[in-house]
Write a new protein. Structure first.
Length: 196
């Protein structure tokens, strides 16, 4: 019997659930195709959703500050909440300008995530790791392309690159799931052999 939480037990748990990873991969691929079909909508929606999130965060921060007004940090929290609400309103009022700012943030995110994914996959070498390395390289290249062409292509770059990123991320999950399926088949074959 395996000890609880051993690496082999974790692999067995993941391999039993390979179908969920496969489903996740297919969902990400479908979302990627949808994003590629409506790139400017993804860009504007990203900016607007971010603006609303900032507004709700600011309102929540203000309510928390008012609720704990006896606290020494009352004015700092109130000032922060006002800043969040104002920035949220500005983003909602000018989603194209906000999309330009989000585009450069997206470049930094892709560069960071691609580098991390590349290093983690090459170091850990889990099932399907070459696809994860490929995903990391593609994500790095997307980050560099965004950085190079900013701000000229703000309205299409967010949706296009998010769509491409989702496609490759989904494909790497599909490959991971299929690798885990093979692990499960080997486990089942070994269990059958031991019983016989």
């Amino acid at each position: 019997m395996l000890k609880a939480n051993t690496p082999l037990e974790k692999v067995e748990t993941i391999s039993r659930n390979w179908l969920w990873f496969l489903l996740l991969g297919f969902v990400l691929i479908l979302l990627g195709v949808a994003a590629l079909g409506a790139t400017w909508i993804v860009a504007l929606a990203s900016a607007i959703v971010f603006g609303w999130l900032l507004m709700f965060s600011g309102i929540s921060e203000a309510l928390a500050a008012i609720w704990a007004r006896e606290w020494n940090g009352f004015f700092l929290h109130l000032l922060t909440s006002v800043l969040y609400v104002v920035v949220g309103v500005l983003i909602i009022a000018n989603p194209v300008g906000a999309a330009a700012a989000l585009t450069i943030l997206l470049a930094v995110l892709f560069l960071t995530r691609g580098l991390f994914r590349l290093i983690a996959a090459a170091t850990l070498r889990y099932p399907g790791w070459p696809w994860a390395v490929f995903d990391g390289v593609v994500t790095l290249v997307l980050g560099l392309l965004i950085w190079r062409h900013w701000p000229d292509s703000t309205l299409w770059v967010i949706g296009t690159f998010v769509g491409i990123d989702l496609l490759f991320r989904g494909w790497s999950w599909v490959m991971f799931a299929l690798g885990m399926r093979k692990v499960r088949q080997v486990e089942d074959a070994f269990a059958t052999t031991v019983v016989d």
